[in-house]
Write a protein of this length. Structure first.
Length: 167
């Protein structure tokens, strides 16, 4: 089966949902309550242990194959604009996001700000910014642009490049 990464992840989500459903169904049917005055066989839910385990194992095996194919694609496919594999991009993008958050917090800090009062009324403490806000603002814009470019490049590959999954 030839799929894009986006489609493979959708398939993985469907398989995970199917597995959850099978496990919930098993959980509801493997044990059941019956009063001592009831005919146990009349209230027994339908449950076939062997058939249920077979279905669960089949779905789990499909999940293994799909995840392996996705991982292999991620390790082998290079994002040309960055000369990084998708696997590397999946580390790089969160790093960029963390830098963006840090710079966003730093860029609007005033040069000097009154600190909370801890001393007597006659002493006023100030917190002083120890960096150039313009440099931080420039880095913030550059990181934001790089992050956007990285996300778009990754999205483009995830919806266009295909790979084989055998299930």
């Amino acid at each position: 089966m030839l799929l894009t990464s986006k489609d493979a992840n959708k398939l993985l989500k469907q398989l995970s949902s199917e597995l959850d459903s099978l496990k919930r169904q098993e959980g509801r049917n493997k044990l059941f309550p019956a009063a001592n005055i009831e005919d146990v066989e009349a209230v027994r839910p339908e449950y076939d242990y062997r058939a249920t385990q077979k279905k669960i194992n089949e779905v789990e095996e499909k999940i293994i194959r799909v995840k392996h194919a996705i991982n292999k694609f991620n390790v082998e496919t290079v994002v040309p604009e960055f000369s990084k594999t998708i696997d590397e991009m999946l580390v790089y993008i969160p790093q960029l996001s963390a830098k963006k958050i840090k710079l966003w917090e730093m860029k609007d800090v005033p040069k000097m700000e009154r600190a909370p009062q801890f001393h007597g009324a006659n002493i006023i403490d100030y917190t002083h910014r120890n960096y150039d806000a313009a440099e931080v603002e420039e880095d913030y814009r550059n990181i934001e642009a790089e992050l956007t470019k990285a996300q778009i490049a990754l999205d483009r590959i995830n919806i266009s490049e295909t790979f084989e999954i055998e299930i």
